[in-house]
Design a protein around this ligand. Structure first.
Ligand code: FAD
Length: 615
């Protein structure tokens, strides 16, 4: 029987894995009417991804969802390399810090938690915001009417009774994994790349062992039998990735590579140490395929793909779930603006530009990493790791210059670079003296952030007043975008759940649907009052920061020293940050005069006009 009732939403998200859940959770927070479907009856219970990289921890912090995972996960700070040869039995060759201080990280570790736990955090948060994953519902195809006389029609099939259902929507995003059906329905989105011959077994279980490094990440290489990657997990579990070297298993058909066979192989590689399993929670086999889809977007029909649907690679560098989450992180706020009629086509075009490049960088890194792994040379593997450590952590995932990431000529500014993330920095909030991580303090509500930096706020007042007044008036482009944005948000304001402490209306009211303003200074707290500030900064009073706790910083630097290479007494800096936390554009002004403030208004108008619509 066919059920052709049409449910209209702004976005249908296909797939409730990490990519789909992060996308849906962000869209719902922005107030976008979202439906999320999945063909499975329940969330992931065992197996699959388990490594959360430092940038993903930051993203979870920005969504105020990190706490339950930080509480339950295992933290990996080091990595040990072991080797056995024909001449020498298994021995440790080196021990390294996993994330050495060359990368400036607030959380310099991998957090090990099961993929199902990560999914649960989002499933529960969505539920709290009134949206449930529609399970047992498989995407089959979609229909598009060229003149857009009716919305996109998503055709689904219910697993239980095989009924067909049609969902009407404006956008479809396929987060439906490596065998994506949505990808197959987009022209020219073929996955290109290759599968390698390397076959691996994966086991999650509780070990009985005398191997000494079980609480570190360990790479073990036997010249004769292949490699093992060993990773400690929550609930006393240990994950083992076991190479099934082709020359030693070539006679065995794949189905004969049973759990017992793989366990025996692990015991042989680990000898003379004893490895026994008290229990096994999950066993899997996989072959590495490294592929990127040729297109991530069908702009005409408004269909996108994200996560494993758009790229696949080896799981050993713990990148798949992390990269998938950040595809959605990149897409969600852009879709929000497009759906509200606030975006020019150039904005959505940056999704494929930015994320396809990252997928390609990931495949290139993964190819080198998998080869270094297979070669079993600990030095080569360690060198490959050190070379790519920023990328692996997620903080080296940078975007090229485009309409969003725009360099300002002649304005070298410390560590802030367009298309890069904000390095961690500590400040205190003026209003309550709480020390905070400034890069995470403003919650992710899909707004651009405009930060002003001045050592002397009184001296910078003409500049600040000029910008703030113009941004509150329709004679500036930013002001007109603000009006357009606020009008779109009055239909459905951003939804805040009770645990978004910072977003609770009584504590923090966004002054605009599009922009949040912040001020950073190192003046003594007693030398000024919030009441002295221009209205926009006065209203967003939770974002007035004092740069006075360098001793709490990862590098013992003040925020202005770290981000801007310092600031002289009269200077003013304006920093624009994307809703996903990447630097847009930044500029330094010699003094806080009104003329400079008006020049800053023109500079920002030119910038935002390239991709946002005004009234
Ligand atoms: P998925 O998690 O595959 O989710 C896709 C969802 O779509 C599923 O729920 C599926 O049921 C649903 N779906 C599929 N087809 C349809 C349809 N037609 N209609 C409706 N729903 C559909 N990554 C890491 O970052 N760190 C790791 O440590 C790591 N380890 C891994 C270990 C192993 C053994 C494996 C196999 C993978 C590992 N990965 C790791 C990769 C990681 O699991 C994936 O990259 C990640 O799950 C991708 O997320 P996703 O949301 O894009 O896709």
């Amino acid at each position: 029987a066919d059920d052709y009732r049409t449910f209209l939403s702004d976005v249908v998200v296909v797939g409730a894995g990490p990519a789909g859940l992060v996308l849906a959770d962000n869209l719902v927070r922005f107030g976008i009417k979202t439906k999320i479907i999945d063909n499975r009856p329940d969330r992931t219970s065992t197996g699959r991804a388990d490594g959360i990289q430092p940038k993903t921890i930051e993203t979870l912090r920005q969504m105020r969802l990190a706490e339950p995972l930080l509480r339950k996960g295992v933290r990996i700070y080091d990595i040990a390399f072991w080797k056995s040869t024909a001449k020498r039995s298994l021995h440790r060759t080196s021990r390294e810090i996993h994330y050495p201080p060359v990368v400036d990280l607030l959380d310099p570790y991998i957090l090990l938690v099961h993929q199902g736990m990560v999914e649960s955090v989002f499933v529960d948060d969505l539920k709290e915001r009134g949206v449930e994953v529609e399970r047992n519902t498989a995407f089959v195809d979609f229909e598009y009417t060229p003149q857009k006389v009716r919305p996109l029609q998503v055709i689904c099939k219910q697993n239980v009774d095989q009924t067909r259902k049609t969902l009407g929507t404006r956008y479809i995003v396929g987060c439906d994994g490596a065998h994506s059906q949505v990808r197959k329905s987009i022209p020219n989105a073929r996955p290109t790349g290759a599968s390698s011959d390397a076959l691996w077994g994966v086991l999650d279980g509780v070990l009985d062992t005398d191997f000494p490094d079980i609480w570190s990440k360990v790479v073990v290489h036997s010249e004769e039998l292949g490699s093992i990657l060993m990773i400690p997990r929550e609930r006393n579990l240990t994950r083992l990735y076991i190479e099934l070297k082709s020359d030693t298993v070539s006679d065995s058909p794949r189905q004969e590579l049973t759990q017992e066979y793989v366990q025996r192989r692990a015991q042989e590689i680990m000898a003379p140490y004893i490895v026994k399993w008290r229990s096994v929670e999950w066993f899997g086999r996989y072959q590495i395929g490294q592929r990127v889809a040729s297109n991530f977007t069908d702009q005409e029909r408004k269909v996108f793909i994200a996560g494993d649907a758009s790229h696949t690679h080896s799981p050993k560098a713990a990148q798949g779930m992390n990269t998938s989450i950040h595809d959605s992180w990149n897409l969600a706020w852009k879709l929000n603006f497009a759906i509200r009629g606030l975006a020019k086509p150039a904005l959505l075009a940056t999704y494929e530009q930015e994320r396809k490049k990252i997928a390609e960088d990931l495949i290139n890194f993964d190819y080198e990493h998998a080869n270094a792994f297979a070669a079993g040379d600990p030095e080569a593997l360690a060198a490959n790791f050190v070379k790519n450590v920023a990328f692996i952590s997620g903080f080296g995932v940078n975007y090229d210059y485009n309409v969003l990431n725009v360099p300002s000529k002649g304005h070298g500014l410390g560590t802030l670079k367009p298309g890069c993330l904000l390095p961690p920095a500590k400040v205190t909030r003026y209003i309550d003296a709480n020390p905070v991580d400034i890069q995470n303090d403003i919650p992710a509500l899909g707004q651009f952030r405009i930060y002003f930096f001045a050592k002397n706020v009184h001296g910078a007042m003409p500049f600040l007043e000029a910008v703030c007044n113009m941004h509150q008036s329709t004679s500036s482009y930013v002001g007109r975008v603000t009006v357009a944005g606020n009008a779109s948000y009055t239909i459905q304001p951003p939804l805040a759940a009770p645990h978004d402490e910072f977003v609770c209306p009584e504590r923090y009211t966004p002054v605009s649907g599009i922009f949040t303003y912040a001020l950073v200074t190192d003046m003594p707290r007693n030398d000024m009052e919030i009441a002295d500030l221009p209205p926009i900064l006065r209203d967003s009073r939770w974002t007035f920061y004092l740069d006075n706790v360098p001793e709490m910083d990862t590098r013992k630097q003040s925020c202005m020293d770290k981000w801007l290479d310092g600031l002289s007494e009269n200077e003013v800096v304006v920093l624009n940050v994307r809703p996903d936390g990447y630097v847009c554009t930044v500029r330094r002004w010699a003094d806080g005069s009104r003329e400079n403030g008006l020049a800053a208004v023109r500079w920002m108008d030119e910038y935002y006009e390239t991709f946002l619509c005004d009234i």
